[in-house]
Design a protein around this ligand. Structure first.
Ligand code: BG6
Length: 449
């Protein structure tokens, strides 16, 4: 259901989409059978009669296909309609019918600060029980994100060193080379912190930092994630960096700056880059900084987590003159979330020669080489999980509010003193100088990606 009158074309468009993006070939089993069942219902989201008609249509489908009242409402609308749609579903008795399982997927953005996220949660919870709600974050559907948990908890050798005794710091980068792709009005209100950091990056961080859950069940996993977010110290504004891209080069293409994008205020102070230093104050992580950064129009598209280990307690080997590298480098575990999916371990190896020079070498696991498949984009898995009622990879109310509680003060501080130096990085670079400074003042540098 949606507002535009697409009754005649929707099913055909859906088929085109599946053929183009779904990895399905024309003529494949079940495709046409599935498409023949696709129905489209045009209505305005505030039209009470429209919901009656939708309800009727769904009952008719139950009769024809034996779907027994099971429903999955997927709210992928602009967020301002969420509350209205939910209220109407509640009023019409569609959220808790006598027969069938009803669930609702809510797309992001889930609120734009703590107060709005709470209000939305309150609103949803008056209509749906928490077990019926699936707040989607497509990062959790990514194979490589889920593999962070497998890497840590299905192997015995990493977890003993996964703590403050061995780890110097952790870096998380979610870099995109694309700009805002025509989404000016949305992005103007969002910015990088709301669009990507509060949700995708924090989900990733929770998998890197959480304690082992007692089982891989929704309550156990989500409970451990919330503990991590709640243990993060309030973020001083000095530990945050914001940036906005100016014109520049992405590969060989020259691209315009954010303020020149369509439907963007020419004096916009919306950030397209954010970097933050976080401290998780718990037994495992106290004293280990987590540096995170996310932005658009950066030098390349890559999402990575790098765990940087402490150096050995003393230097036993000296580089001999003419060694092919300068200094002994720390061990790294790098989890490449996308696009070159894999995990690598960097360690020092003896350079073959009469001396004892040590240079970094890398052991690499590459998804495509190991498993021969490219991983799904995340949504397939998540939609299936929602149909099956498994909320493990969906956000819980408490989690959403915990991450907003962390970032709302930062957003408020930023709003109070709008950036004066925007645009402060050229497209195709790694963001503003202040992002490097955030690490340099701690005697560290971002890994070169
Ligand atoms: C979306 C953001 O949630 O995530 C986009 O709204 C961003 O701005 C996208 O580009 C990134 O997702 P992915 O899967 O391409 O890393």
């Amino acid at each position: 259901m949606a507002r535009r009158p697409l009754e005649d074309s929707f099913a055909a468009d859906m088929k085109d989409g599946i053929l183009k993006y779904g990895g399905v070939q024309e003529g494949e089993e079940h495709l046409d059978e599935f498409i023949a069942k696709v129905k489209y219902h045009a209505m305005n989201f505030d039209d009470a009669v429209g919901y009656d008609q939708l309800n009727e249509l769904l009952h008719k489908i139950d009769e024809e296909h034996g779907t027994k009242g099971n429903r999955l409402f997927y709210l992928a609308t602009a967020p301002e309609y969420f509350a209205d749609i939910i209220d109407h579903l509640g009023e019409k008795g569609m959220a808790k019918p006598k027969e069938g399982k009803v669930r609702a997927i809510i797309e992001k953005p889930f609120g734009h600060d703590l107060a709005s996220a709470r209000a939305l949660n309150d609103n949803i919870n008056t209509v749906f029980d928490e077990q019926q709600i699936f707040r989607i974050d497509h990062y959790l559907g990514k194979e490589t994100v889920q593999n962070v948990l497998v890497f840590r908890f299905a192997n015995g050798i990493f977890e003993p060193i996964w703590n403050r005794n061995y780890i110097d710091h952790v870096e998380i980068t979610a870099a995109e080379s694309i700009g805002i792709e025509g989404r000016g009005p949305f992005y103007e209100k969002a910015g990088a912190l709301r669009d990507v950091v509060q949700n995708h990056v924090m989900e990733l961080l929770s998998f890197v930092a959480m304690e082992p859950p007692v089982s891989f069940e929704a309550d156990a996993v989500r409970g451990e994630k919330v503990k991590v977010w709640r243990a993060i110290k309030p973020i001083p504004v000095e530990d945050t960096v914001r940036g906005q891209y100016g014109p520049g080069m992405i590969g060989r293409e020259s691209v315009k700056g954010y303020r020149e994008e369509e439907r963007v205020d020419p004096n916009s102070v919306t950030e397209t880059f954010a970097a933050v230093k976080l401290e998780i104050e718990n037994w495992r992580w106290a004293g280990v900084p987590f540096y995170i950064r996310a932005g658009k129009r950066l030098a390349k598209r890559t999402t990575e987590v790098t765990v940087v280990f402490k150096q050995p307690p003393m230097r036993l080997f000296n580089q001999t003159e003419g060694a092919p590298c300068d200094e002994i480098q720390p061990n790294l575990i790098t989890m490449r979330i996308q696009p070159d999916e894999g995990i690598s371990l960097r360690f020092g190896a003896k350079v073959p020669s009469t001396g004892m020079s040590v240079c970094p070498v890398v052991m690499d696991f590459n998804y495509a080489a190991a498993f021969g498949t490219s991983s799904a984009n995340g949504y397939e898995r998540l939609l299936l999980d929602a149909m099956l009622g498994d909320a493990t990879l969906f956000a819980h109310r408490d989690g959403v509010e915990a991450t907003w509680a962390l970032y709302t003060p930062v957003l408020e501080a930023w709003a109070k003193s709008p950036a004066k130096d925007f645009p402060n990085y050229a497209s195709g670079t790694w963001g503003p100088a202040a992002s490097d400074e955030l690490m340099r003042r701690d005697g560290r540098e971002w890994q070169r990606l």
